[in-house]
Write a protein that binds this ligand. Structure first.
Ligand SMILES: Cc1cc2nc3c(=O)[nH]c(=O)nc-3n(C[C@H](O)[C@H](O)[C@H](O)COP(=O)(O)OP(=O)(O)OC[C@H]3O[C@@H](n4cnc5c(N)ncnc54)[C@H](O)[C@@H]3O)c2cc1C
Length: 426
């Protein structure tokens, strides 16, 4: 039997895990970027603690020693199921026998896409570099104004109290107060304000209530103002409206809401409210045993019936599961349903502070933080990146001097405006 032609859309956690396991098939891996991105550490790039190249690894290098995988850098525009081809932006249509959809998700603005302009989110490397640029420019501008005798509050508002919001708030508090403070002599620490806004009753809703409370207490101690039960009604350039209260903001960061890739809308199967494909128990799409959807693209119920969360381990386990089916040529009637093995959740709050929930064990503080560091180093792709990230963390731990605080030339369009919200460098 000739090897199967397998096409994978997306070189993220799901797509990469699947491709690595498919050693005897002809695999085409399509991604619109040239790298695998370690999203769990994106917030550290956004907060200038790590450099972009520390958390990304070129897909061509990953598959250098796996010649059955052809890497194509292109954007898939639509899936034509009847003709079994993919339409891509820059080249001829790409045919497939077996397809794995792993295009991930993007942040969503609950029907208010116009908010993105004022409150950029964090999903890609471009997003992280934009947030870093915004943060560094805001500090520079505040310093300039303070030197000129005008005291203004430097307020960062982070919307969304999930892991990304908590991590951003913690990192900003540390970098802002301990690292930036000494470097900006005209700024007073009391002029820096960090507000974390969450619509629900607690932070980290995926964690147990005791760990949510610990995260809120730790952030408050670090100087972050935590606002719970505060659904955001409006986001404007320079302000966030909660109920009738208008909160002035120098910088707004969006860490709420996710929506699966719009590409999934072209597949022609039912989607859930978050745009994910409602997959069969073997992660195939309804009506086609050789098209799979995995990771953030899939709505796959867990043991409790609720959809599995958008987490890297879910995507990786699903990638390995579909690769085993494809490699074994397992017919639909012989496939065992996908079962997620939950090995726990971790979220970091700051230097030597994290929360961990591993089965019945709930822990916080230094031990959880060390565990968080180990797990993240272990799952980073590329030995060089592991060494670099570890050395950056040790350096920051000892000196409080983050290593990636480089501001590129002021992007076109920012010359006049001190509030650098949302605009993408052209
Ligand atoms: C800021 C942040 C922090 C996170 N922290 C954690 C954490 O601490 N722990 C955890 O477990 N999870 C975390 N996650 C979630 C985790 O990263 C995702 O669940 C995981 O990346 C999903 O994997 P995936 O393969 O489905 O998609 P992704 O990893 O997002 O990969 C999708 C890939 O598809 C490509 N792509 C998209 N559309 C197209 C297209 N049309 N054509 C071609 N290529 C396309 C993208 O470029 C990307 O490379 C975090 C996510 C973010 C954004």
């Amino acid at each position: 039997m000739p090897p199967k032609q397998v096409v994978i859309i997306g070189g993220g956690f799901g797509g990469l895990s699947a491709a690595r396991r498919l050693r005897h098939e002809q695999v085409v891996l399509i991604d619109r970027t040239n790298h695998h991105l370690f999203q769990p550490l994106l917030y550290q790039v956004a907060m200038a603690a790590l450099s972009p190249s520390d958390i990304a690894w070129p897909l061509r290098t990953v598959f250098r020693s796996q010649p059955n995988v052809r890497v194509v850098m292109d954007e898939v525009l639509s899936v034509e199921r009847a003709g079994r081809v993919l339409h891509v932006r820059h080249s001829a249509p790409i045919p497939f026998e077996v397809l794995i959809l792993a295009p991930g998700a993007r942040h969503a603005y609950f029907g208010h896409d116009e908010w993105e302009e004022s409150a950029p989110g964090l999903k890609t490397m471009t997003d992280a570099v934009l947030l870093r640029q915004n943060m560094l420019l805001a500090f520079e501008e505040a310093e300039r104004r303070a030197e000129a005798g005008s005291r203004e509050r430097l307020t960062f508002v982070i919307i969304g109290g999930g892991p990304t919001g908590v991590e951003l708030a913690g990192a900003l508090a540390e970098i802002g107060r301990k690292a930036m403070g000494p470097d900006f002599p005209a700024l007073r620490l009391e002029d820096l304000s960090i507000v974390l806004v969450e619509g629900g009753p607690r932070l980290l809703p995926g964690f147990s209530p005791d760990l949510s409370a610990k995260a809120a207490t730790a952030l408050t101690r670090m100087g972050v103002t935590v606002r719970l039960d505060s659904p955001v009604r409006k986001v404007d350039r320079g302000s966030v409206t909660i109920g009738t209260e208008v909160l002035p903001a120098t910088n707004i960061l969006w860490a709420a809401g996710n929506r699966a890739s719009p590409l999934l809308g072209t597949v022609g199967v039912p989607l859930d409210q978050s745009g994910r494909i409602k997959v069969e128990p073997d992660l195939t799409i309804p009506g086609d045993p050789w098209i799979f959807a995995i990771g953030d693209a899939a709505h796959c119920p867990g043991k409790d019936g609720a959809p599995l969360p958008g987490l890297a381990p879910v995507a990786m386990q699903q990638g390995r599961y579909v690769a085993a089916i494809i490699a074994g040529g397992v017919p639909p009637e012989q496939r065992r349903p996908f079962v997620y093995r939950d090995r726990g959740m971790l979220a970091t709050i700051g230097r030597a502070r994290a929360v961990a929930q591993i089965g019945p064990v709930h822990t916080s503080g230094v031990f959880a933080w060390l565990l968080w560091c180990l797990v993240h180093i272990f799952f980073l792709v590329g030995f060089r990146n592991r060494v670099r990230v570890m050395s950056e963390w040790i350096w920051f731990y000892l000196t409080f001097k983050p290593g990636a605080r480089v501001l590129f030339e002021r992007p076109h369009g920012f010359e006049q405006d001190p509030i650098v919200q949302g605009k993408r460098p052209s």
